[in-house]
Ligand binder design. Structure first.
Ligand code: IMP
Length: 423
């Protein structure tokens, strides 16, 4: 069986948690392949809201196996809190949650290094979630990291000490004011490691190969979005992992020719949290309305998200890089009430009209060229069929399909599982 992918196509927060949850009943295994607790995947059902950071979004389904792949970075402290939340809701996770031995661990000092690095950058800061993601991937690629499998070895604490001591020296090097009590943080870390060790650590690539051979269906769940990809995003205002399709291969050990469907998920408009270029960003009442109606606050940090019109130039780029085969459009309901909708179809760049993302995409270099479409007034949140949706909404979707050359198979009209319309 091929492995299907679900990828965010913008700057994250597209609603992957909800869609994985909706799609889960079609899959035996849901596997996270990159990122860490910088992600916040929100799921709503039975009148309750759940936010997952590291644990795959299939965990609420009874029979689904959930795998945290080798490409993920795990903070045991945050992981433990996620587990406690599952316990509160009587979710029996022990039998269906597996962790790759090759996944790297976020140490308390990684978080401190993240804070020190951001503080030292001043106005040029990335706007990191400060979860230690960048420093942990730096230690991974620098070949200094500690992996989940190391926790099964007797000497892991020696390795830990050497790395944490090195980090403390690095924190001093930044020469910024970062307050901490390492003894306390380490106690919390060690307690959380003990909880983590109660879970099943596995050689996940072998596990997935076997599952494929047995005909099991697998969905690889991405975190963040294509425009935050370490290579193809708006560097340096990106995260530190490969958020695009290729990340599923390296983050799970799946060969490229084993990839099946690539579902791409995007919002009917655009948002971004943290710093960095955002050509269609709005600073007016329209942007304010999108933020308010769409409840655009980060699920991990609570920061307000920046909002703007849909950027088709950026979306086409993401579709291309990921080889998207089916699209899913989220939050169409948030656009209800706008008389006119704008879609960015090109950029004015250095006196030229261009249709690709230039190397230097800073706001002062790029101004969006918009196409206007008619809006709709109706509240979509109670609608369940395409035929009930306003003509202008369907026109908007069809316009995007034509531009992107990929079918939009699902539209979401509210946060609940049930507010999902298949086309
Ligand atoms: P980091 O990955 O926490 O270091 O953050 C790097 C950049 O990616 C910042 O601009 C964050 O706001 C952004 N970012 C990281 N994770 C997410 C996410 O899950 N959703 C949206 N933005 C994110």
């Amino acid at each position: 069986m091929a492995v299907d992918l679900l990828l965010g196509l913008q700057w994250g927060d597209e609603g992957k948690g909800k869609i994985v949850d909706v799609l889960t009943s079609d899959y035996d295994i849901i596997a996270r392949f990159q990122g860490g607790p910088n992600a916040g995947h929100t799921l709503e059902f039975d009148g309750q809201k759940h936010v997952l950071h590291t644990i795959p979004s299939g965990i609420f389904h009874e029979k689904t196996i959930n795998l945290v792949g080798n490409g993920v970075v795990i903070d045991p402290v945050i992981f433990k809190k996620e587990l406690e939340n599952l316990q509160k809701h009587n979710i029996d996770y022990k039998s269906k949650l597996f962790i790759s031995r090759k996944a790297h661990l976020i140490l308390p000092t990684h978080r401190l290094l993240d804070a020190a690095s951001e503080a030292s950058k001043g106005k040029a800061k990335i706007g990191s979630t400060l979860k230690g993601i960048g420093p942990t991937y730096m230690d991974k690629t620098g070949r200094n990291g500690i992996r989940v499998g190391d926790l099964e070895l007797e000497n892991w604490k020696d390795k830990y000490r050497a790395l944490a001591d090195k980090h403390e020296k690095m924190i001093q090097f930044y020469n910024v004011n970062v307050q901490y009590n390492l003894a306390e943080l380490e106690q919390e870390f060690c307690d959380a490691v003990d909880t983590l060790k109660e879970l099943q650590f596995i050689d996940s690539e072998a596990f997935l190969h076997r599952a494929q051979k047995e005909g099991k269906t697998i969905l690889a769940e991405g975190a963040q979005g294509s425009l935050l990809d370490i290579d193809f995003g708006t560097y340096p205002f990106v995260t530190s992992s490969t958020t695009t399709a290729a990340g599923a291969c390296t983050g799970l050990g799946v060969a490229p020719n084993q990839i099946g469907e690539a579902y791409g998920i995007f919002k009917a408009y655009t948002t971004r949290v943290g710093s960095g270029p955002f050509p269609t960003e709005l600073f007016d009442e329209d942007g304010e309305t999108m933020g308010r109606v769409g409840n655009e606050f980060g699920a991990t940090t609570g920061r307000p998200r920046r909002c703007g019109w849909l950027d088709l130039v950026a979306l086409k780029y993401a579709v291309q890089i990921n080889g998207i085969t089916q699209l899913i459009m989220m939050k169409g309901d948030v656009l209800s009430g706008f008389e006119k909708l704008k879609v960015c179809t090109a950029y004015n760049y250095q006196g030229e009209k261009i249709k690709h993302l230039p190397y230097n995409i800073e706001a002062k270099n790029v101004t969006p060229v918009y196409t206007e479409l008619k809006g709709w007034a109706a509240d979509l949140t109670g609608m369940t069929k395409t035929s009930e949706l306003p003509k202008e909404f369907n026109d908007y979707v069809e316009y995007l399909e034509k531009e992107l050359q990929v079918p939009i198979k699902v539209v979401s009209v509210g946060p609940d599982r049930k507010q999902t319309i298949l086309r």
